[in-house]
Design a binder for this molecule. Structure first.
Ligand code: 6PG
Length: 249
């Protein structure tokens, strides 16, 4: 049975990034206390960038970086130094600025020119790190997600094959409207996390937020995220919440 979602609405983007940074630090401390490490899957997009900048700032809450392991929920098929690379963005804003061991940063091997190879190598890397056997899924302490204006999340876009994946951890997903492949974790991985945290900011997201929360028939990729027993937290600002009638699903 899936858990109910928690929705927290804050004043503006600055408060969103600060609240998200505090949640990140708290989840990291709890995970380290429980099992000695904190495993997080980062997302791309402009909203997480604000969180990463906040986590790297001098006022950031304390995070046990030496016990933190960083993965990525999705990636574009570009080299790690490319402007579109999620790794590059996270590295420039956060990873290179905090005391994280390079060995504890697990990026998608996009130097593989074949998207299927990149996905299967990243899946193997996750399977090895989490020591999962076939049929099992890793349990991330935190998976960060954004919400695209079309309702996509990670690189799970409406009408794409990855939405139906039940067995693999990571897949190459052809996105026709972008005319490109993305590498993305699948729902079984997202839904097995201890906490899934969506970050949504800005009035351009207000319409899609209303669809996600108030139109169950829309069948948007973000609506299909249903952690089995973990927390599902939506952190949004007033602008993004502007068209909600006030009821969380
Ligand atoms: C990506 C993503 C994607 C993103 C959303 C929201 O790599 O683009 O992981 O799912 O999180 O598109 O992005 P914004 O925060 O920029 O609106």
């Amino acid at each position: 049975m899936a858990v109910a979602s928690e929705i927290r609405i804050v004043n503006d983007a600055a408060e969103l990034f600060k609240t998200a940074a505090d949640e990140f630090a708290m989840l990291a401390a709890q995970a380290v206390h429980r099992k000695g490490s904190f495993c997080v899957a980062l997302s791309g997009g402009s909203t997480p960038k604000g969180l990463y900048t906040s986590l790297a700032s001098k006022n950031a809450p304390a995070v046990p970086w030496s016990q933190t392991r960083v993965f990525f929920g999705d990636e574009r098929l570009v080299p790690p130094e490319h402007p579109d690379s999620n790794f590059r963005m996270a590295n420039e804003t956060l990873l290179s600025k905090v005391p994280l061991q390079p060995d504890n940063i697990f990026r998608v091997p996009t130097e593989e020119s074949d998207p299927e190879q990149a996905a299967s190598r990243y899946q193997s890397l996750m399977e090895n790190y989490f020591a999962v056997r076939p049929g099992q899924f890793p349990c991330f302490d935190l998976i960060l997600l954004g919400l695209g204006s079309d309702g996509h999340t990670a690189s799970l876009f409406s009408g794409t094959a990855a939405l139906a994946e039940k067995k693999r951890l990571v897949v190459a997903n052809w996105v026709e409207k972008l005319k490109s492949h993305r590498v993305t974790v699948t729902y079984p991985v997202i839904d097995n996390a201890t906490c899934v945290m969506f970050l949504v900011s800005g009035k351009e997201k207000a319409g899609i937020m209303r669809e996600v929360f108030e139109n169950p028939k829309a069948d948007l990729p973000a609506q299909r995220v249903k952690p089995a027993s973990g927390r599902l937290l939506w952190l949004i600002d007033y602008a993004a919440a502007g068209l909600l009638s006030g009821q969380a699903p």
